[in-house]
Design a protein around this ligand. Structure first.
Ligand code: SF4
Length: 258
């Protein structure tokens, strides 16, 4: 069984395929997972493993741990490209997400002013104005859109909310006016006896339509890299991802394959 990935609030730095030398911030518990999706490919495992015992880290704890780490890295001359909010769940669920982003910007400016701040979000909290305002402040506002077809999205991402739809989330992502990166995980396989494949012509066509409505500054596409909670999933090859990327580039999008 896949279990949670990160046992601390600040982790790394780790080398990220997409982001470079990345210091992670985990706003979920250190011994459990809290997410509004339950993706079949989640590297942190399914939500059924529980939320753990430590609770969400307080704003003060995040700020204190981050300052300690940045200060130590600066003293040692360690390189850093980006501070990334990801971890064992969805960072924007934290009730003080907006304040934590403000603290992080202040600490970044103090210790590593050239470093970028990235947030990897599943896009489920874009109905909250404070979350949207905070995401507007970060350098890389990276938002998930795994399919633009509701049936497929529900199969892959398993959103907790029954009212979460592709139409609504595309509209919400579009409100950033291009000040965002959209991230799509391509995969094939089976879950609960149902076939999953978001690489078909129909899926890619629907995604292109959604990306056009969103007009992101970049589209990041990738496939499975680590163990997944659903065993019957298949990685989409780099070659296939490149074919999809070519289709997207032909439509005028800046595409990163990782
Ligand atoms: S949104 Fe991210 S953390 Fe949440 S279930 Fe999906 S992959 Fe895991």
């Amino acid at each position: 069984m896949v279990t949670i990935l990160f046992h601390s609030t600040i982790f790394g730095p780790i080398h990220s395929r997409r982001l470079g030398s990345s210091l992670g911030v985990n706003l979920s518990p250190n011994d459990g997972k809290v997410c509004s999706f339950d993706c079949v490919y989640c590297e942190a495992g399914y939500n059924s493993q529980g939320a753990g015992t430590t609770g969400l880290p307080t704003r003060e704890k995040v700020s204190q741990d981050l300052e300690e780490k940045l200060s130590a890295m600066k003293s040692l001359g360690e390189p850093l490209d980006v501070i990334t909010f990801s971890g064992n769940g969805e960072p924007t669920i934290h009730p003080q997400f907006a304040e934590i982003i403000d603290d992080t910007i202040a600490l970044r400016d103090k210790y590593f002013p050239q470093v970028k701040i990235s947030v990897l979000s599943n896009s489920t909290r874009l109905g909250d104005e404070s979350v949207v305002a905070a995401l507007r402040k970060v350098d890389n506002n990276i938002l998930k859109l795994d399919s633009a077809i509701n049936e497929t999205m529900r199969l892959i991402d398993q959103p907790a909310s029954p009212t979460f739809t592709c139409e609504k989330v595309v509209e919400q992502i579009a409100q950033f006016g291009g000040q965002c990166v959209v991230q799509t995980m391509f995969l094939r396989g089976e879950h609960d006896g149902q076939r999953i494949d978001n690489t078909t012509a129909q899926e890619v066509e629907a995604l292109i339509k959604a990306y056009k409505q969103i007009n992101p500054r970049q589209v990041m596409i990738y496939s499975i890299d680590r163990k997944t909670p659903e065993q019957q999933l298949e990685k989409v090859s780099r070659e296939e991802l490149e074919v999809i990327a070519s289709q997207l580039r032909a439509e005028g999008f800046d595409v990163m394959v990782s």
